[in-house]
Ligand binder design. Structure first.
Ligand code: AQP
Length: 334
């Protein structure tokens, strides 16, 4: 039996990297696996990066991230959709898995190293992030994890953590594997500074709910292939983030035309970006309209999350009872 799990952090407005890299896949796998597809807003993860955490914004961002997933088409009646902190067992299992995880393995994680080097003092929670992520997945005995390529190393560690637990306590957890949206492995930030990421701030992201004017203002000045110094220089669309974005938003004919135009200097970068805006508008306007409708009915979003948490608990509680027993805790008579 396949069981899917994935989480998304409420660290800011969801962007097109989250959408194409993960959220679209949530919808697709939800249609396939129904109640065996579990998705959660991982609010316990959000405060691990002090650079992106503001307590007064966390609840609102959690709500907004839930709303965004519904706006892109996730059906909370079809899948199990909930907030991580509503299920206490995530933290408990994380602690138990922490006991067996070597610190050296955690210190080798690239995301940890990247984030820690920007901080004056590193919270232990940032180091433990991948253990909590492993707990999120294993608590539901999930074997399939739709993510962007940036999570590959964390999923490999989750496999290792599952293997170690099974070796010590007997077969308990499946070894989860990542599944990727092949055409959206790692969407670049619009500032040209590596992966699009919420915690890098608005200069990196094109938000799902961002106004088209604001998107155009960022796109207009976005870097393109540096070899195209003059309008008459040919370029390589494979080395250009606008070329990458066309593959996500534009139809096949447009992609053919702008790629060919770039290589032959038949189209300028501004015109290429204007043609991209057509696809962006076609994709984002319906999502933004659905988002506005949901924002007018906040109780519906909250009800969906409560309903999802009740269903998630039904899976999590017996798994946690099994784990407590295997680890040797004296069971409670509750
Ligand atoms: N640029 C991206 N391209 C493809 N997939 C991406 N994902 C994130 N960015 C890209 C995937 O989206 C899911 C949710 O990830 P997240 O909540 O960690 O998103 P984020 O934007 O990366 O958020 P943060 O807060 O800024 O996190 P950090 O600082 O860790 O990057 C995941 O499946 C992710 O792979």
């Amino acid at each position: 039996m396949t069981r899917v799990f994935s989480g998304i952090q409420p660290t800011g407005e969801p962007h097109i990297g989250n959408y194409f890299g993960a959220m679209q896949n949530y919808v697709k796998l939800g249609e396939q696996y129904g109640k065996n597809a579990l998705y959660c807003i991982v609010d316990l993860h959000a405060p691990t990066n002090p650079a992106a955490y503001q307590p007064e914004l966390l609840a609102e961002r959690t709500f907004e991230m839930a709303l965004a997933n519904l706006a892109v088409g996730l059906d909370p009646q079809q899948v199990v959709f909930f907030v991580q902190s509503h299920i206490r067992e995530h933290s408990e299992l994380s602690w138990i898995l922490t006991l067996q995880t070597p610190v050296g393995e955690l210190e080798r994680m690239t995301q940890y190293k990247d984030k820690a080097q920007k901080l004056e003092s590193t919270p232990a929670g940032l180091l433990m992030y991948p253990v909590l992520m492993a707990a999120d997945i294993l608590l539901y005995k999930a074997d399939t994890v739709p993510v962007g390529e940036d999570q590959t190393q964390h999923i490999e560690l989750a496999r290792e953590i599952a293997r170690r637990f099974n070796h010590t306590y007997g077969p308990t957890f499946p070894e989860p594997k990542a599944v990727y949206a092949q055409d959206a492995l790692r969407i670049p930030g619009v500032d040209g500074q590596g992966k699009m990421s919420k915690s890098k701030g608005e200069s990196s992201t094109l938000g799902l709910f961002e106004s088209l004017d604001s998107i155009w203002n960022k796109l207009r000045v976005a870097p393109t292939d540096p070899a195209r110094v003059r309008r008459t220089d040919p370029g390589d669309p494979e080395k250009c983030l606008v070329g990458d974005y066309h593959k996500l938003f534009s139809d096949d004919q447009t992609i053919l035309e702008v790629y060919d135009g770039c290589r032959t200097a038949g189209i300028g970068c501004i015109d290429c970006k204007k043609r991209l805006m057509v696809g962006i508008e076609r994709t984002l306007v319906p999502i933004q309209q659905r988002g506005a409708e949901l924002r007018a009915q906040p109780d519906d979003v909250r009800d969906a999350l409560e309903h999802g948490a009740a269903q998630a608990r039904q899976i999590a509680e017996p798994v946690m009872d099994e784990v407590r027993g295997k680890v040797g805790f004296l069971g409670s008579r509750r």
